[in-house]
Design a protein around this ligand. Sequence first.
Ligand SMILES: Nc1ncnc2c1ncn2[C@@H]1O[C@H](COP(=O)(O)OP(=O)(O)O)[C@@H](O)[C@H]1O
Length: 193
Amino acid sequence: MNLDKLKEATRAQMPDKRWRHTLGVVETAIKLAERYDGDPAQAELAALLHDYSKAWPIDRKEAVIREHGLSAELLDNDKELWHAHVGAWAVQTEHGIEDEEVLDAIRYHTSGREGMTKLDKIVCLADYIEPGRNYPGVERIRQLAEHSMEEALIAAFGSTIAVLVERGKRIFPLTVLARNDLIMQMKQNNNGG
Ligand SMILES: Nc1ncnc2c1ncn2[C@@H]1O[C@H](COP(=O)(O)OP(=O)(O)O)[C@@H](O)[C@H]1O
């Protein structure tokens, strides 16, 4: 696999603004991998590809979900969640990406999930805190990320859930499960020393 070709192919899927965001996520994911003993090359690849299908027309994303048997549950939930699953399918199909950890990190980067792997955490958190992000509370999440990915993600998921509640929108339950699971992990780590 040629990383430069993959970069060009990814860039071609999206407008410049989304590409700048992608580069910010790549930079941040590499830093998090270095800080938290992850694999920087794997983090770079997953971050590069995380929004691969974000800018695709909604009909194209829906067709992939229907025609290729992706989680049907997605169709009943916020369309913002679709690109993560469709993106994992697309990079596997179009570019032969077979690293399941990379595919899962792409698939769950928006919602999170229970039992998040280190790579899931790196990509999801990098997406929340890359330098181009500017939303209320982002500075606190960046600060938490200096010492704990789990604490930072608990705050990040909390802020997403709060915004959705504020707007009267439905919440895809996986994010609640992800946050609960991270809180449990923190408690166990604190008790276990
Ligand atoms: N649990 C959830 N339930 C419903 N919508 C969600 C949930 N988690 C995230 N979202 C939606 O997805 C959006 C996240 O998109 P964004 O942060 O732009 O992701 P990306 O990195 O793919 O650009 C949020 O604005 C929110 O509307």
